[in-house]
Ligand binder design. Sequence first.
Ligand SMILES: [Zn+2]
Length: 211
Amino acid sequence: MIKRFCSYFLIWIIYIVPQQAYGQDKWQRPIVVIDPGHGGTDSGAIGINGIREKDVVFHITMEILLLNREMFGDSLEIYSTRYTDTLISLRNRTKLTNTLKPHAFLSIHCNGAIRRKAHGIEVYIKQSNRKAERLARLFTAGLSNKLGLKNRGIRFGDYQVLRETGEFTSVLTELGFLSNIDEAEHISKESSIVAYALLILETLIKYVYHD
Ligand SMILES: [Zn+2]
């Protein structure tokens, strides 16, 4: 708890100036939709240590909402496609996104592979799109440089959530392999959930405010 407080305090110092700046125009806050993959009966990938993808991505999303409110003065207006452990259809996730017309849409997933050595992060975009590529580059750079994860690169993926949100800046991240023991254990820690959430939030803020 103390450790968590200290890291919050450091973040507060680092971001005090931008937070004040963003806080002044709350009515103009950019909208972001975050889509924690899977949920309910769909667990997604099951980690080598038993951790479930649906729980990891949900916890990261809830932490992003918390940090946005507590540390960044609600500088983004963030919506999640689910707020509980329920299965929402992909169609309903994209319908919500199309209604909200966000500055950015981010679908969060974790990877799994038969080859247990496979590790690192991947960021998917629908097609060559300048804005999505920029956001994807910010994510790969942050996740590899700041969190020390292996960068497996930006890839094109014909995922439904990207296809049906194509008119917005839409990106899907695979935050490491739950089939890899090191990455599964790392992402199981509360401190890692906070670190991922902070990195994602910081990246989204950088993207929408420094376009
Ligand atoms: Zn997934």
